[in-house]
Design a protein. Structure first.
Length: 256
């Protein structure tokens, strides 16, 4: 039976070569498109799945309404490559404002992005600025600098420490490094207890080293400092550069 089907199929291909070519090419293109779409969806869904309890972690988003009509006017970014994505940068005071207003809330943490903290990051930023604008369509390489967080950040995102811990992250001169940055700064020597040159002549003390983050993450950074460290530099985090992330101890309440 199988040999009969193969023979009939071969005769059909030979008898109608143009039609057969179009059919086979169409099937090949369709299969390739389906595989690419499936791979893209799988890659997007894999982000932050390395975090324990990732399904219980949410990012607070911002929506601004026009005073008179109440029509949403700034829920989404309006320009640039990330247009129509929700705006997740909010005021730093939001963390305290929602502390007792969401039932089942287990922990919340701020994640602020601002000016470079380490001298090597400042030099890299200066180098990129001096190089001038990139050609149209070319994206800059990722800049994995420092993020400024609350102590509860490590409760929401339980990063694995290979040296030290993040207990003292609230102190204004402490720093947690990734393995990649620790190796670049100190080679094979233990990093905990070492000092790192910061901007404005500040010295920062390394209190911990975490495993390098996987590729499938939006948390790109090479060092972590406390919010008080940013305040020490007299450059308090700007409201539009802060994310507030919350986690629930139990499954989150229904949205219905």
């Amino acid at each position: 039976m199988l040999l009969h089907w193969l023979t009939a199929g071969w005769r059909s291909l030979v008898a109608n070569p143009l039609f057969s070519l179009i059919t086979v090419a169409s099937l090949a293109i369709g299969c390739c498109g389906a595989l690419l779409a499936g791979s893209n969806i799988k890659q997007h869904l894999s982000f932050e799945q390395w975090v324990p309890g990732a399904e219980r972690i949410f990012v607070i988003t911002r929506k601004m309404n026009e005073p008179e009509s109440g029509t949403p006017m700034a829920t989404f970014r309006q320009e640039g490559p990330f247009a129509r994505r929700p705006q997740t940068m909010i005021q730093t005071a939001m963390r305290d404002a929602i502390a007792d207003r969401i039932p089942g809330l287990e922990a919340q943490a701020r994640r602020s992005i601002g000016r470079p903290l380490l001298q090597e990051d400042q030099e890299e930023q200066d180098r990129r600025s001096a190089a001038g604008p990139l050609p149209p369509g070319e994206l800059p390489p990722p800049f994995r600098g420092t993020v400024f967080v609350d102590a509860e950040f490590f409760k929401v995102f339980p990063l694995e420490f290979v040296e030290g811990s993040g207990v003292e992250i609230d102190q204004p001169d402490t720093l947690v490094l990734t393995q990649a940055r620790a190796r670049r700064l100190f080679g094979s020597q233990p990093a905990v207890g070492q000092t790192v040159e910061g901007v404005l002549g500040k010295s920062l003390r390394v209190i911990g080293v975490v495993k390098d983050l996987p590729a499938a993450t939006h948390l790109g950074f090479e060092s972590i400092a406390g919010v008080r460290t940013f305040e020490m530099l007299r450059a308090a985090p700007q409201g539009n550069q802060t994310q507030v992330m919350i986690s629930f101890g139990d499954p989150p309440p229904s949205r219905s």
